[in-house]
Design a protein around this ligand. Structure first.
Ligand SMILES: [Zn+2]
Length: 124
């Protein structure tokens, strides 16, 4: 292999690598969008399920009151409601559940005060 040939194949390799990096970057963007969309759908699905449940069990308030009466002993660690538990799960999986950045990915799992307020804050 002469020097010119060596140089050419090196340039070739460099170009291929750059193309591949660009492609990887593109795929990463696509994947992020899919994950975000998935989180959104999961939240929407959860809301719809809860709404359906409400419609199907008109006596749910009485049942909830009974249940909270039974678990009255451990008031110090109140159970999260089902929807909040789901939001917590999504948050722990690395997604925002706050209204500002709803469904988008938390960069490097950085904590978000708005999300924490939605999950653990006072009842709105
Ligand atoms: Zn957030």
């Amino acid at each position: 292999m002469d020097k010119r040939e060596l140089y050419d194949s090196f340039v070739n390799l460099e170009q291929n690598t750059q193309q591949m990096l660009a492609k990887i970057d593109e795929m990463k963007t696509d994947m992020t969008q899919i994950l975000e969309r998935n989180a959104e759908l999961e939240i929407e699905n959860q809301h719809l399920r809860e709404h359906l449940e409400e419609l199907q069990t008109p006596e749910s308030e009485a049942a909830q009151a009974k249940r909270s009466g039974e678990s009255g002993a451990d008031d110090k660690t109140p159970q999260l409601s089902k929807s909040r538990a789901n939001l917590e799960k999504l948050y722990e999986e690395g997604f925002h559940v706050c209204y500002l950045m709803y469904g988008s990915r938390r960069i490097d799992d950085e904590p978000c005060a708005f999300c924490l307020d939605v999950i653990y804050g006072e009842r709105h």
